[in-house]
Structure formats: C-alpha cells, structure tokens
Design a protein around this ligand. Structure first.
Ligand code: SF4
Length: 318
C-alpha cells in the first residue's frame, strides 16, 4: 500500500498517483525514484554570483508545493509541463548540463522531491565526472519547506537562495492559500542560516556556500516587504546577501476576482525604492537590486550587478 505524503508543510497525505495527486501536483509516489522535470538549461539570469559568465545549471522541476497565484512560471508550477524521468535518466541529463561548464547545479522548486534528491545527489557526487569538476549544489526554493527537510538536505546542499515572500497571513492565504507561509519559511530560513552562516564566494565572485535571501516586491504590498525585513533584522540577518527583485509581471487573468486588484499592474519605482531604502535604513549591508527594466522583458531578470550599500545608495559597487 502506498504511503501518504507528509513531506512538505501542506502535509496533504496524498499517495502521489494519477488518481490521488499531491497538492503540489506530484504523481510520483514516495520512494518511487521518479521525478517530473520541465527543463534542464544553462540559466543566465540569476543573480551574478550564481549565473556568472557561463550560466547556472538549472533543473526546473514540475509542480510546486506553494503554488502562488501570480507565478511567472505557471505552466511548470501549476500545469506541471514536463516529462517523467527515472533517477538514472535525470543524472545523465544533469551530466550533459555539467559538461557545458556551468558554474553550479541549481535545483529549482524541488521541495516536493526532497525525499529522493539526497540519494540522487550522492550518486552524482560519487561519479568520476563530478569528482573531476565538482560544482556547488544550489537548493532554489519558495522557502515553504519544513525544517526537517532542510536538515535532511544539509549534507547535500551548498547554497540556499530561498524566497521570503509574505509576512501577512491573510496575504499569504489570498495569494498562495498558505496562511502559515511566514511561520514556516522564517523557520526554514533561520535553519539554513544556522547551517551556512557565512557566504563564501570564490575568486571570480561565484557563490560556493551560504545563504542568499530573495524577495520579490509585489505591487501594492511594499509594507509587507518591510515587515519581512524587520524580521530579518531582528534576527541579526542583516549581513546576509539580500536580493530584492522588481521583476513582477502580471499574468493573464491575475487580479480576478477583485481581491487583489494591485496584481494587475507592475511595481512602481516608488514602491521598489521604498523597500530598498528601508533595507538600507535597517543596516543591510549587501543588497542586490534589479534594474527596473527587468519587469519589461518577460522573465529575463537583469540584476546588472547593482550592489547597494549604506555608503553609496544605488551606486554599483562592482
Ligand atoms: S510534497 Fe506534495 S504530496 Fe507531499 S505533502 Fe506536500 S503537497 Fe502533499
């Protein structure tokens, strides 16, 4: 008899089959060794310390345990576009990406496969091809994952760049049907920080270990962004690399019904600047911002290496 899944904070208990898919959409049962993957690609639009000049080796998993209504990748996260792969098939696909010289292996939205990825990662690390050119492993998540999952992944993951999305319970309920988002994600992030307290970059400025906290500022909700920053500052995390994004792009049908009419528009410069200034006022020393044009070109975030600091607000450091 198939076991019901309690892997993520949804704890939906699904058997993850076609007849009983998880809230995340997964139809790959626990311990099946199966994955659904939308794409493997050289990703050139992550933060500069992740994408660098040669790109990040991104594996986009289909489905998502959080499932925000405004997701810019809904064909992957909601519609589960992709193909089902065995562990061995996925490993070979990853090595094709590895052979392209990417800077890291970037596992995108993989929380619903957290039970089987440690074994896959162990097999990769034992492979001669990896040992000849080991690269950091990045766990690129929504932040909505259990502390237990994070701890179970600790020996396998080098870099944690979680999203930190919502402070307010009602907002998280309205936009992701996850009123517990903040309580869950804040604990996950504190755990990640305890595991990797120091951000380590190599001589080329590429991240090797550590925590990068990402936040997408949403139109109409810049005050919620500030509450998240308050929390990080209260927990003395204002020395982490904070990536503040402005790339929000309204998706077709978003903002209907009228509960979130702001989501029908883009973020304004005023709103984005409010959040950046707030971060600087709180003493965040490493804030990475995006050029406002990032929201104009669909899904091509342009960080343009804009590093902000209290001494030179908005002045590129590098
Ligand atoms: S990982 Fe998917 S199937 Fe498992 S508890 Fe979460 S939503 Fe349900």
């Amino acid at each position: 008899m198939l076991e019901g899944c309690l892997l993520c904070p949804r704890r939906c208990g699904a058997t993850r089959t076609t007849a009983d898919p998880g809230r995340c959409g997964s139809e790959e049962p626990l311990q099946s060794g199966l994955f659904r993957v939308a794409s493997l690609m050289r990703h050139c639009w992550e933060e500069p310390c992740i994408s660098g000049s040669d790109g990040s080796g991104a594996v986009f998993f289909s489905g998502c345990a959080l499932g925000c209504c405004f997701c810019q990748n809904s064909s992957i996260s909601h519609a589960r576009q992709g193909i089902t792969m065995t562990e061995s098939e996925l490993i070979e696909a990853i090595f094709k990406l590895h052979a392209q010289g990417v800077h890291n292996l970037n596992l995108v939205t993989a929380s619903h496969y957290a039970d089987r990825l440690p074994q896959l990662i162990s097999r990769i690390k034992n492979d001669m091809r990896w040992q000849q050119r080991p690269i950091p492993i990045i766990w690129n998540s929504s932040g909505y994952e259990t502390r237990e999952s994070v701890i179970a992944l600790a020996n396998h993951v080098d870099v944690w760049p979680p999203d930190f999305k919502f402070f307010d319970q009602q907002l998280a309920k309205a936009l992701a049907d996850a009123p517990d988002y903040f309580s869950v994600a804040s604990q996950a992030i504190l755990t990640m920080h305890a595991l990797q307290p120091k951000l380590i970059l190599n001589e080329d400025g590429m991240v090797q270990h550590g925590l990068i906290i990402r936040h997408l500022v949403l139109p109409g909700h810049w005050r919620d962004s500030c509450r998240l920053l308050d929390y990080l500052a209260e927990h003395k995390l204002n020395d982490v690399l904070l990536s503040l994004m402005c790339q929000y792009t309204p998706q077709p049908g978003i903002g209907q019904p009228s509960a979130n009419p702001e989501l029908k528009r883009r973020l304004t410069t005023f709103e984005y600047r409010k959040v950046i200034d707030y971060a600087l006022d709180l003493g965040f020393t490493r804030v990475l911002g995006q050029n406002r044009g990032s929201a104009d070109a669909a899904y091509t975030p342009d960080f343009s290496s804009v590093w902000l600091n209290p001494e030179g607000r908005g002045t590129p450091e590098r």
